[in-house]
Design a protein around this ligand. Structure first.
Ligand code: SF4
Length: 429
């Protein structure tokens, strides 16, 4: 049954909504666009402006903002089979990389990355998966030698330790290392390695040896932990933080609710309650860590579905208050909830976030990892996830522009419509 409002209450609600609409429209009209794509996104998704009125400016601005960070999937095979993994099971992709000349493609792109100080990271390369192998260490080392201002990072599950002597032989020092940690021993193993249950010790070993291959904190290096929230571990954020603070030397912990990509993940996909409960623990950690003495903890939402779930447990007023605190920075919208920042990455602006190079040297888009390399190469089935094959002579700016155009046509425009719809309904319901 619909709530039975009296006529007077209904009128009050309509009037309040009208005032809010008016205030937002006024903000948008007066908003001095900083000329960043996130500002146009703000005008559309939050301000409620029509997409077509800003579409041209938004696209032209996106093209002017090629990311200074390259994400490279060096290898598609992994030693673990995590429940929540974006990737499918597949074989090593090394021969595809050699065939495509991945190293030469990377060299060429790294030379062209912007050295503009406006960029958040500076020129950098993220080894984004799935596990590092000796030949990757050689490639990364040669890239460092050729372009010494490039920063190199690695996302790993701790398996890099197998090759730690090779890192040392090659004198490769990483600028940052992210290791996934999804809970105390039983939970981490349940989520990441349910059969062999060795993932936890591998992960801790990864943290233990990090200082041997990561730049020291005083020289700008950082060691970070990544926590993916699922139905299995949502109750263990605080406990995990305490364990990591005591047993490792992390600088930050990043807590991110899982977005389900495969039917096999649906059963562990966190609901609104799980997500908000994880956030409450982040709040509690932040309250206890007011002077930022201990590792910092961040709560991040990727995609509007996760945002929607997050606000679903909040009442209308709290959501409006939260949206009213929003500020934008680079490609992220930052909300304040009870004194704690919530970082939201709009998927519609994905090309500003990363430039993705796959193991076969192809430029691909977000979520392409959920297909195997064979499937992606079979363009008839998965063509929309591939922008183009890169070559050692590709022009980075042109490739980024092609990526923006492709993303917008296939996913971006639809996504911003959805994002706008969610924000507008939340603001003016
Ligand atoms: S360690 Fe990472 S890449 Fe490997 S299976 Fe787990 S989530 Fe996937």
């Amino acid at each position: 049954m619909r709530p039975a409002f009296s006529k007077k209450v209904k009128l009050c609600i309509i009037f309040e909504n009208f005032l809010q609409q008016f205030a937002y429209l006024k903000t948008v009209m007066n908003m001095e666009l900083q000329n960043k794509s996130i500002d146009y996104w703000h005008a559309i998704a939050i301000g409620g402006a029509s997409i077509s009125s800003y579409e041209e400016s938004l696209l032209s601005q996106m093209k002017k903002e090629p990311p200074s960070r390259i994400s490279v999937i060096f290898e598609r095979e992994c030693n673990l089979h995590c429940n929540h993994c974006l990737y499918q099971n597949e074989h090593s992709s090394q021969e595809f990389s050699q065939h495509a000349g991945l190293e030469m493609i990377l060299n060429n792109i790294m030379q062209q990355l912007s050295r503009n100080s406006e960029h958040q990271y500076g020129p950098s390369l993220l080894h984004a998966g799935r596990t590092i192998l000796p030949w990757h260490i050689e490639v990364l080392n040669r890239i460092k030698e050729r372009t010494d201002d490039v920063k190199i990072g690695l996302i790993d599950n701790g398996s890099y330790v197998k090759y730690i002597d090779f890192f040392k032989t090659k004198c490769l020092i990483l600028d940052w290392l992210d290791i996934s940690c999804d809970g105390p021993e039983y939970i981490h193993n349940l989520q990441r390695d349910p059969k062999r249950r060795t993932a936890y010790s591998q992960m801790l070993n990864g943290f233990k040896h990090a200082a041997e291959i990561v730049q020291s904190k005083v020289l700008g290096g950082s060691l970070n932990a990544l926590f993916t929230v699922t139905t299995l571990n949502y109750d263990f954020v605080e406990q995990t933080y305490k364990m990591l603070s005591n047993e490792t030397d992390i600088s930050t912990l990043h807590v991110t609710p899982m977005t389900p990509y495969h039917p096999r993940n649906f059963s562990i996909s966190p609901t609104s309650k799980h997500i908000f409960h994880a956030f409450e623990q982040v709040l509690s950690i932040n309250k206890q860590n007011r002077f930022n003495i201990k590792p910092l903890v961040f709560f991040k939402l990727y995609g509007i579905e996760q945002f929607q779930k997050f606000v679903d447990t909040m009442d209308v007023r709290a959501v409006k208050d939260m949206i009213n605190t929003m500020r934008v920075s680079q490609e992220v919208a930052i909300f304040n909830v009870n004194g704690c920042n919530v970082y939201f990455y709009p998927t519609s602006l994905w090309p500003q976030n990363e430039f993705l190079i796959d193991a076969d040297g192809a430029q691909r888009v977000a979520y392409s990892q959920k297909y195997t390399l064979n499937q992606l190469q079979d363009k008839a089935a998965t063509g929309v996830y591939t922008v183009q094959q890169l070559s050692p002579a590709s022009d980075y700016q042109e490739a980024h522009e092609a990526g923006v155009k492709h993303w917008w046509r296939v996913f971006g425009r639809k996504t911003i419509e959805y994002e706008k719809d969610v924000f507008q309904r939340r603001l003016f319901s």
